[in-house]
Design a protein around this ligand. Structure first.
Ligand code: NAD
Length: 445
């Protein structure tokens, strides 16, 4: 099948590469010229396990190509995927300008019938807007060419994106058009062999399904963080509570880790956008507002613990903190809305310095912050500790889980850890006279 993908970010590039990997012919289009240039040279702009190999292989075999030419892209695919960003607008709603721009490009250039598949996360009703945008552009050219708009929200997880796309839990297709459904079944058949994972529904329900999934996951995290803060005040250990409740199959162990807040490009913006959508239809979604505000509070939690430990913000001036984990979660270099950013900003505001290390996000950190006197980017986990007053853990990378505590003790000025992901065992650390602060662990407070 000939497929065009608009957008070569986390979703577009993974989608394009995986569709090419199973034999489709794919053309990926982006407005970012340098990104496309680098992709043509085999340079992958993001870190995503397994992605580089399949991009290179399929590019070399001619099944995956890249362009900045929208007209060429529209001409190429019978199926046109929209996988561009939908960042939050000032009022929290999803900014649809990039989705609309792609729809316009399609309407301005199409000469044959197309299926337009929206993979971006978009508010309910966007399918109609895409339809209208294409129809208007076609009408301006005095043409009436048949096309159909389908919703196909993406559920991949950054850090496991290729695997998630290759072995999806479900493939949601929003269409009531039998011909489009048939075509989508054909397109996804290589990923759907073991058992039928395709769930077909109407377009608006498909659009809402994506927001519902992310809002549910964000709710689980905020719920656990709320309980963690309570546990701390009650002298209980949230980690034991987590294991206690996870054993109930109705609750389960997945996604109930307390921590220093959720970040990334999806949860914060999608919860906000769904909240905004609710307001637009006259509904006050109280739970969504609470999920958001609990998370906002949680993102300053580590800083609060630090301030509390030192007896006030003023005491932080001149101190140096080692910070492990800059990406918003392990196995990615994505730092969008990462809790580490909030912690660093607060420390800098108080006159402290940061010595930071992340296994994959150093380049991204450099890109975001450039050169600053109060940020030292360290080449290794252990070098970040040298001479620092304390260690802060913001991301639970595997490489941080079993560090050499003796070496850490000799590198740090004090045996002091602020653990935003509850990676370490407070009892074990207490035996070695470490001062340890976790999230919601009564033992340490
Ligand atoms: P991204 O910011 O990484 O990439 C978006 C790309 O689109 C950029 O390269 C940008 O240059 C390009 N673009 C913008 N306008 C364009 C145009 N007119 N034509 C062609 N390209 C254009 O975004 P992402 O993380 O891949 O997310 C894309 C969408 O998928 C969003 O709606 C997001 O919410 C959703 N989503 C993301 C994830 C995730 O984990 N990142 C998961 C599921 C869904």
């Amino acid at each position: 099948m000939k497929i065009t993908i608009f957008g070569t970010g986390y979703v577009g590039l993974v989608t394009g590469a995986c569709l090419a990997e199973v034999g489709h012919n794919v053309l990926c289009a982006d407005v970012d010229e340098s990104k496309i240039e680098r992709l043509k040279q085999g340079i992958i702009p993001i870190f995503e396990p397994g992605l580089e190999t399949i991009v290179r292989d399929n590019f070399n075999q001619g099944r995956l190509n890249f362009t900045t030419n929208a007209r060429e892209a529209v001409e190429f695919g019978d199926v046109q995927f929209i996988a561009v960003g939908t960042p939050p607008d000032e009022d929290g709603s999803a900014d649809l300008q990039y989705v609309r721009a792609v729809a316009r490009s399609i309407g301005e250039a199409m000469t044959s019938t197309k299926i337009v598949v929206n993979k971006s996360t978009v508010p309910v009703g966007t399918g109609d807007k895409v339809q209208a945008e294409i129809s208007t552009a076609l009408a301006e050219r005095g043409l009436s060419i048949e096309f159909d708009v389908v919703s196909n929200p993406e559920f991949l997880k950054e850090g496991a994106a290729v695997n998630d796309f290759m072995k999806p839990d479900r493939i949601i297709i929003g269409t009531t058009n039998p011909a489009s459904e048939k075509r989508m079944r054909e397109l996804y058949a290589p990923f759907n062999r073991n058992h039928d994972r395709m769930i077909v529904m109407d377009l608006r329900s498909a659009e809402l399904t994506k927001y519902a999934a992310n809002a549910m996951l964000a709710t689980k995290i905020s719920f656990m963080n709320e309980l963690a803060n309570l546990a701390e005040r009650l002298g209980a250990d949230i980690e034991q509570v987590r294991i206690g409740i996870g054993s109930d199959p109705r609750i389960g162990y997945h996604f109930i880790y307390p921590g220093c807040g959720y970040g990334g490009s999806c949860f914060p913006k999608d919860v906000q956008a769904l909240h905004r959508t609710a307001r637009d239809v006259g509904y006050n979604a109280k739970l969504l507002a609470a999920v958001e505000s609990v998370n906002d509070r949680q993102k300053v939690k580590l800083f609060d613990l630090i301030v509390r430990h030192y007896g006030g913000q003023d005491a932080l001036a001149g101190k140096t903190f080692a910070l492990w984990g800059l990406a918003f979660k392990p196995n990615t270099d994505d730092m969008r809305a990462a809790p580490s950013r909030e912690v660093m900003a607060a420390l800098w505001g108080a006159g402290a310095k940061v010595q930071a290390f992340d296994p994959e996000a150093m380049e991204e950190t450099q890109r975001i912050y450039g050169q600053r006197d109060d940020l030292l980017l360290c080449g290794t986990r252990d070098s970040a500790l040298k001479g620092a007053d304390a260690l802060i853990v913001c991301t639970e990378w595997k490489a941080f889980r079993a560090p050499d505590f003796a070496l850490m003790a000799s590198a740090l000025k004090e045996k002091l850890i602020f653990d935003g992901r509850n990676v370490y065992d407070p009892n074990r650390l207490a035996e070695d006279n470490w001062l340890y602060y976790g999230i919601g662990r009564g033992l340490s407070i």
